[in-house]
Design a protein around this ligand. Structure first.
Ligand code: CMC
Length: 436
């Protein structure tokens, strides 16, 4: 493991105005492109860098997740996502992300028990839900109830204590599933189902979402298996918008439940986690196969804000390795449930046409993970508005692992980007009677 990136190489920067040259250290990780260390750039040159959407900026060192967008590689702690999705459980991946290795038999048993032990939420949390309208968007509820948990766990507030950090991480991973299921139940007007600790993480989640107190509920193993895969595929994804949000919030040493609440807010948008909901809404909007060319034309029209949801990715410029795994799981679920959803046919035709169209081919726009996840989740019985909540349940593992990694850095400093100021220059104050 490369904990201390090498610094022998340098990158020379020349100021064209003054002719001065500056040597900047070049760091190399275990994989991925080298990184120019600009931490002393301002002190040395008096210049900041400008990278508004962080397309070329490494904001931290991390040992958790590696992505090679050109080759379509996603790995966690060195293990490829397809292997993890096929051979591991979601909690194995959570252990891997949190602690650096897949658990052995004893560790697996202990970790699974530890998470199960934390699945219940304080009974007072029920009352938060009652303050919401039933038609509130589930992500609005999730942002609020997750942040509200920061008011409950006072004993895990000392983030400088590694043990308390660990308990916070376990609580978050366990309780976010309970909160997600409660959010679903609240939206559809059904009673909350308390967690069942004899079930696996994914079985329990499906149970809390779909069981009712009036009758027994048997978890379908095909659905539990697909749910586990969905959770694994969404568990972590390097320094994306929501993870960067959690890290930035956490860099001020804020409460971890509140930081994860901020991550949920960031995830909600349609350019990020909200895309799985947007895919199904788009399929409904397209309506039938014969309308596809019209929508493809709109997606290509720069004067039209319409985009093909579920296509394209900031990092993957070849294929999204998560999409391949999910496509297979999607087929299994649909076959097991015997669902014939016309949107599936529509989605497959849309995919076929887009993948042949030079606009999408030239820009390397491929179906991403969200293109398929919405179809599976819909077949399982989740309403569209719940899709991003499921993403949040999974990504909480990544957020809290990244937060924990950041807190373990010896010299944690608050994150504070700079800017290119383009407002008015300094000017004298104008009294109200003299203003035009
Ligand atoms: N439909 C039509 N054109 C698109 C699309 C799309 N879905 N995505 C990108 N483009 C075009 C874009 O207009 C631009 O064209 P040009 O070069 O002619 O100006 C070119 O492709 C590059 O796009 P970009 O906006 O610079 O790419 P980005 O890296 O900023 O955006 C993205 C990435 C995911 C936000 C974008 O592809 C998008 O909006 N996709 C649809 C939403 C979506 O599916 N999001 C889920 C991402 S996967 C889940 C996750 O990991 O969070």
């Amino acid at each position: 493991m490369n904990k201390n990136p090498k610094t022998e190489k340098t990158f020379t920067l020349t100021n064209d105005e003054t002719g001065e040259s500056f040597k900047l250290p070049v760091l190399e990780g275990t994989e991925g492109p080298p990184v120019i260390d600009i931490r002393k750039l301002y002190a040395q040159t008096g210049h900041f860098t400008f990278d508004p959407s962080f397309t070329a900026t490494g904001s931290c060192k991390s040992r958790l997740t590696f992505i090679d967008g050109e080759k379509g590689i996603l790995s966690h702690r060195g293990y490829h996502i397809a292997d993890l999705a096929e051979k591991s459980s979601f909690l194995d991946v959570a252990h891997l992300l949190l602690y650096g290795d897949l658990p052995n038999t004893k560790e697996k048993e202990d970790f699974d028990n530890e998470i199960r032990y934390h699945t219940m939420v304080d009974e007072q949390v029920n009352f938060f839900y009652r303050g919401f309208r039933r038609d509130a968007h589930p992500m609005a509820i999730m942002c609020a109830v997750m942040s509200a948990l920061s008011a409950f766990y006072h004993d895990s507030l000392d983030i400088n204590d590694p043990e308390q950090r660990e308990v916070s991480a376990h609580r978050l991973i366990a309780k976010v599933a309970t909160l997600g299921a409660m959010t679903h139940k609240y939206s559809i007007g059904q009673p909350f189902m308390y967690p069942r600790n004899d079930l696996s993480f994914s079985e329990n989640f499906l149970y809390m979402c779909f069981a009712v107190p009036a009758e027994p509920y048997k978890v379908n193993p095909v659905l539990a298996n697909a749910m586990d895969k969905i959770l694994i595929l969404h568990a972590d994804h390097e320094q994306n918008a929501s993870t960067s949000t959690v890290r930035l919030a956490g860099s001020s040493q804020a409460n971890p439940f509140a930081c994860v609440g901020a991550g949920i807010a960031s995830l909600w948008g349609p350019s990020h986690g909200g895309a799985n909901q947007a895919v199904l809404e788009m399929l409904d909007q397209i309506g039938s196969v014969d309308k596809i060319p019209e929508f493809i034309a709109r997606a290509k029209d720069k004067d039209d804000p319409f985009r093909l949801m579920g296509f394209g990715h900031r990092v993957y410029k070849n294929f999204d390795p998560r999409a391949n795994v999910l496509k297979k799981a999607c087929d299994e679920v649909l076959a097991d449930l015997g669902v014939s959803d016309p949107r599936v046919e529509l989605a497959m035709e849309l995919e076929r046409i887009a993948l042949e169209d030079p606009y999408f081919v030239d820009r390397k726009l491929f179906p991403n993970v969200d293109f398929y996840s919405g179809i599976i989740l819909s077949a399982m019985g989740f309403p569209t508005s719940m899709f991003t909540v499921l993403f949040a349940v999974a990504r909480t593992v990544g957020w809290i692992s990244q937060w924990k990694e950041m807190l373990e850095e010896p010299a944690l400093r608050i994150g504070r980007p700079r800017q290119l100021y383009t407002g008015p220059k300094s000017r004298p104050y104008v009294d109200i009677k003299d203003r035009k």
